[in-house]
Ligand binder design. Structure first.
Ligand SMILES: Cc1ncc(COP(=O)(O)O)c(C=O)c1O
Length: 389
């Protein structure tokens, strides 16, 4: 393991916070700025070692109040819509890259204001807009047809995918004005998946690579995970840097905020129905949608698998959705109303995806930094009603 990774992991392991004891109102997200900064520093070190530029994928993490703590590690942001692009341009700065499955003509002027780099999902759209965007850096999203993600919902290389132009569909096309290629086929992947993808891209699009000004390797690189093979990532990217003149980009989202925040919730009621049930004040359906969408089981500090400890409960949220369940967890002590639970790794994809179904209020957002906690934002009735009429 490289010394930069050893140091990163040691510093992260040494960072211990009793989030349940913080003076916050529940439910709330607590963004741990110390940990977000640690992730960003490490990502910046990887960028320098691999000689690549890194963009923050705003789709995963866009809590702009903490951007000042992380942005020096990044060359800019990548966005998926005009509003996200504007957020990146105004609140983060640097380069703003945009990919859209289909750009709408009436949004192009907005995109021109905010974005430096465009990736088109079809040749038709590239040909349609290359004139209007001649002063921007334009590229194509290609589909390497390299499947690396088991969950079809998150696999851009699934059969018949609507994302990226395949090599067969690119053959013989007029590529005048193409400055870059973008590919994205990973989700929570290690560096071996990138190495295989890079080989697939070379095999399918190798004739284009020497002429490109930039190559964007997309997101899904789980850089800040304990077992991430940083050396392989750096070796893979360095090989491309030596072979081709292009600037290389990675646009990780999740890795930026991995383990960078928690959701603190409180038990509201406890009863029995074929085992213990605890209703908490946080909802899987509205405040951590990936628990149901992915689906996955969040970790809860101090809790174990069902029956691993003395008291087991199915934890459910306050919405009317029958399946608004976080999962079954065991605890050493009986759960009672008022007990606080800390769900880990909730900074990425939770804040950006949450919603107000059932009128359930959005959780407050706090920042924890150097021993102190401060409120970033509290939500109210206006935030619910303002979206409805
Ligand atoms: C084009 C593109 N870039 C970057 C990302 C960020 O991926 P992750 O958050 O898994 O790193 C995604 C995620 O879907 C994406 O579609």
């Amino acid at each position: 393991m490289l010394p930069i990774q050893q140091e990163f992991l040691a510093r992260r392991a040494a960072h211990c916070v009793d989030y349940a004891a913080l003076p916050v109102t529940t439910p709330c997200y607590v963004l741990d700025v110390d940990l977000l900064q640690l992730n960003a520093e490490f990502i910046g070190q990887i960028a320098r070692a691999a000689d690549v530029k890194i963009l923050l994928a705003l789709k995963a993490f866009a809590a702009f109040a903490v951007f000042p703590a992380i942005k020096s590690a990044y060359a800019g942001t990548c966005a998926s819509s005009p509003d996200e692009a504007r957020l990146g341009y105004e609140k983060f700065g640097g380069e703003t890259h945009i990919f859209s499955p289909a750009f709408r003509e009436n949004e192009i002027a907005d995109y021109r204001r905010w974005c430096s780099h465009f990736s088109f999902n079809s040749l038709r759209q590239f040909h349609q807009f290359r004139g209007a965007l001649a002063d921007r850096s334009l590229g194509l999203r290609v589909n390497p047809e390299q499947r690396e993600v088991a969950t079809a919902l998150y696999d851009p290389c699934r059969a018949g995918s609507r994302l990226g132009i395949t090599a067969a569909n690119l053959a013989g096309a007029d590529l005048t004005g193409v400055a870059g290629l973008h590919f994205h086929n990973l989700c929570e992947c290690n560096a071996d998946a990138l190495a295989r993808t890079v080989a697939a891209v070379e095999q399918k699009f190798g004739d284009l690579l020497p002429q490109m000004e930039w190559l964007n390797c997309g997101g899904g690189h789980h850089l800040t995970r304990d077992d991430y093979a940083v050396e392989l990532l750096i070796a893979t990217l360095r090989r491309w840097r030596e072979k081709y003149p292009a600037t290389l980009y990675l646009e990780p989202g999740e890795a930026t905020a991995l383990n960078g925040g928690v959701l603190v919730t409180e038990v509201v009621d406890v009863f029995e129905n074929d085992g213990g049930v605890a209703i908490v004040d946080a909802s899987a359906a509205t405040q951590m949608p990936d628990v149901l969408e992915m689906p996955y089981r969040p970790q809860i500090l101090g809790a174990g698998l069902p029956d691993a400890q003395r008291y087991t409960y199915r934890l459910g949220g306050p919405s009317c959705l029958a399946g608004d369940e976080i999962g079954a967890y065991s605890f050493a002590e009986e759960l009672r109303p008022g007990r606080r639970l800390v769900l880990t790794d909730m900074a990425h994809y939770s804040l950006v995806k949450n919603n107000t179904f059932n009128g359930i209020r959005l959780p407050a957002i706090y920042a924890y930094e150097k021993g102190a906690v401060r409120l970033i934002k509290k939500f109210g009735y206006e935030d619910f009603v303002g979206r409805l009429s």
